[in-house]
Design a binder for this molecule. Structure first.
Ligand SMILES: *Cc1c(COP(=O)(O)O)cnc(C)c1O
Length: 396
């Protein structure tokens, strides 16, 4: 009963109250994780100033938090962008781009070579809201120009497309978009900023699934949306209002992944080139898709646009369809069959049974995907090891 007031002795009072110490004078060598869902305001004036955007600071985690800000700022620099927002997933970054740009009656022109869920978002989810969309062969610029309408507000393409690694001509698409009053939105997930920085070619908005190479350790789901325009300053607010913001721990993991992103992507690109060249010599393989091969339809464009790196993904077609693919996956027991990409470990996927399972035969034929198509996500092992585990798959 006689305890001084600021040193509670009751367990009921000790447990629920943090002893928050001010930071010491030495900086930690790695960022702390700020898990706080809410921050203390000193006064009504301060709360008003922070919430009104007049003073920097944090109040509520959904609106803003340090770990998301650290990550967004580094990603903004990596893309030489004006604005950057980190979201809860790659899909929410795309949703955010659509919410920021589209209104009922608008139209999206999209590359037919797109991540399956992105197509599902455009056709299944946006349609009921009065947004129409058309798929186009993005490598055919005449077809892109012809498919533009007065209502087209977004052209959407992947820098290097899933799964056959077609390359989009970003400068040409940016020109078509801007002359038609539309924005160019680029999904740069397969490239990463090390291979390509699409804003430099005129892309208005760039999206990354940070889940993949940029985080790089197969332990986090996050997305990024960057803008070339300083006027796009409402993205954070929109993301908070629609509930798309990320958690601090995920941001911390991705921020840590960035520490080695350039090294991982560089090594994986070198390994992918070695793997693609090896696969192209194999009699049981009918086609290898890799932008770094002379045989790739957009090799010259990739050379100009990518500054000597061609990405970490390689696709190839096995002679013998589904049976051959199944045999390869069984034989390649040291290449995990993981329907994702961008891990430090070399992994593989089978598009027909995973990412493209909802496509019918005609659609698959149109895209050039067969039951014998294998998509490799090349990792950061030694090139010798990558060739060894591929040889096991081929039964050598
Ligand atoms: C994975 C992926 C997405 C979606 O990202 P999530 O982080 O899984 O939501 C979008 N585009 C491409 C090219 C992807 O590989």
């Amino acid at each position: 009963m006689n305890e001084p007031q600021n040193t509670p002795s009751r367990i009921d009072d000790i447990c629920p109250r943090y002893e928050l110490e001010p930071p010491r004078s030495t900086k930690p060598a790695a960022p702390p994780i700020y898990l706080a869902s809410v921050y203390q305001c000193e006064s009504i004036e301060q709360a008003d100033a922070i919430l009104g955007g007049k003073e920097p600071g944090y109040v509520y985690q959904r609106d803003a938090q340090p770990n998301a800000d650290y990550l967004a700022e580094r990603c903004r620099k990596l893309h030489a962008a004006e604005k950057a927002t980190v979201t809860s997933s790659g899909m929410s970054a795309l949703s955010l781009a659509f919410l920021a740009t589209l209104r009922p009656g608008d139209h999206v022109l999209y590359s037919k070579f797109l991540y399956g869920k992105t197509v599902a978002l455009l056709t299944g989810q946006l349609q009921p809201w009065g947004v129409t969309s058309t798929a186009v062969d993005i490598t055919n610029l005449t077809a892109v120009r012809a498919a533009m309408t007065k209502q087209t507000k977004i052209i959407l393409a992947e820098t290097i497309a899933n799964p056959l690694l077609h390359v989009a001509d970003l400068a040409a698409l940016a020109e078509i978009a801007s002359s038609g009053g539309a924005k160019l939105l680029i999904d740069n997930t397969f490239a990463t900023p090390l291979v390509c920085r699409p804003h430099q070619f005129g892309a208005d908005l760039v999206m990354e699934s940070l889940t993949k190479m940029m985080s790089g350790h197969a332990d986090v789901i996050l997305g990024l949306l960057t803008s070339r325009h300083a006027s796009d300053d409402g993205l954070n607010r929109l993301s908070s209002t629609w509930g798309m913001t990320p958690g601090p721990f995920d941001c911390w993991l991705a921020d840590r992944g960035l520490v080695t992103m350039h090294l991982r992507v560089d090594r994986a690109c070198q390994n992918a080139q070695v793997a693609a060249e090896f696969l192209a010599t194999q009699p049981s393989i009918t086609k290898v898709s890799y932008p770094g091969l002379n045989s790739h339809a957009e090799h010259d464009l990739a050379n100009r646009q990518f500054g000597g790196r061609f990405g970490t993904m390689v696709a190839f077609d096995l002679n013998g369809g589904l049976r051959a693919a199944s045999k390869f996956i069984n034989n390649a027991s040291r290449i995990p069959f993981c329907p994702s990409l961008g891990d430090a470990t070399t992994t593989l996927s089978h598009p027909v049974s995973t990412s493209h399972r909802s496509f019918n035969t005609a659609q698959l034929t149109d895209l050039g995907i067969t039951a014998g198509t294998i998509r490799l996500s090349v990792g950061v092992e030694s090139p010798e090891f990558v060739l060894e585990i591929l040889r096991e798959g081929l039964g050598d």
